[in-house]
Unconditional design. Structure first.
Length: 302
């Protein structure tokens, strides 16, 4: 149970929230928030003014100026300063602009911080625009046309009518069912020309097969559980190249070995890592990974 002092503190916070910025209240309403008399409300307003708030009064209505020293101090503590904003903006411009998130963050930087460091390639925002349209279609269970989708598998650039139902990876890919091929496929948002959301609703929801993205950014419907034994070198490389892999690593039977365990969707990502450090890694599980590595080694020898 909160004591009287705590209750009073919360009431003061309620007042600050109620009259900050564009919001204003008369003293009688402020007194109601405080649970006290109007006279005491005046005392609170005076105390706020002394503490660092600029209290504005307009025809009996009271308001706390957003430029009050108290608010400015909080902004300096929690917000980015100009130099920090410009630094992050430059980093984003150098980032892989195929990611929908990059375009979205750039847009917010320009809008909220009025950042402008020269012209930005409009292509930086196209994946983000397509991402937003796909997100809308998924929420409304609508079909879409992926105009001029460039496929690395079929080596074609053509329109595809699909039912999108989930994002994968860092929301750089979209999972969708393609009625014409009767298949669930993963499409890279960066390879889509434009997205057209149709009025047509999903017709094949029962055919949607959800997938997951592994730590190597490969997606699939089937999970393969792998267990590897790392020495110091493999352990260091894994952490440096894949920082998010730390949760998959546990201490081994001595101070120089670690166990790595995770689910993967495709052997190619983990296979490249193992083959690059084959002298430092022991494959404990699974049989599919062992067979994949053996076949890769056989092909390299021929």
């Amino acid at each position: 149970m909160a004591n009287d002092t705590t209750k009073s503190f919360f009431h003061w916070l309620d007042v600050i929230k109620a009259i900050a910025g564009d919001r204003s209240l008369p003293a009688t309403d402020i007194a109601k928030l405080l649970g006290t008399s109007t006279r005491n409300a005046y005392y609170v307003l005076k105390a706020l003014d002394e503490y660092g708030f600029v209290v504005n009064r307009d025809h009996g209505w009271y308001n706390l100026d957003v430029e009050s020293p108290f608010f400015q101090n909080i902004r300096e503590q929690v917000n980015f300063n100009v130099d920090q904003v410009n630094y992050l903006y430059r980093l984003l411009l150098r980032e892989n602009t195929e990611s929908p998130m990059v375009g979205g963050v750039l847009s917010k930087f320009q809008h909220y911080f009025h950042t402008y460091l020269g012209p930005v390639d409009e292509k930086s925002f196209e994946p983000y625009k397509n991402y937003r349209l796909l997100k809308k279609a998924i929420k409304q269970h609508k079909c879409v046309i992926l105009h001029k989708y460039a496929s690395s598998n079929s080596l074609t650039v053509k329109d595809r009518c699909v039912e999108p139902f989930m994002f994968l990876g860092d929301e750089t890919d979209v999972r969708a069912y393609e009625p014409s091929s009767d298949m669930n496929k993963t499409y890279k948002i960066s390879r889509i020309g434009t997205v057209e959301v149709l009025d047509q609703s999903w017709m094949y929801a029962d055919e949607h097969k959800y997938a997951f993205t592994d730590m190597f950014l490969y997606s699939g419907e089937v999970r393969h559980r792998v267990r590897l034994r790392f020495d110091v070198s493999a352990y260091n490389f894994m952490q440096e190249e894949y920082p998010h892999a730390r949760k998959c690593l546990t201490k081994g039977d001595d101070d120089t070995h670690w166990l790595f365990e995770t689910d993967i969707a495709n052997y190619e990502g983990i296979g490249r890592f193992v083959l690059g450090l084959y002298e430092h890694i022991e494959v404990i599980e699974d049989d599919g990974l062992k067979a994949y590595l053996k076949e890769k080694i056989r092909r390299m020898r021929t």
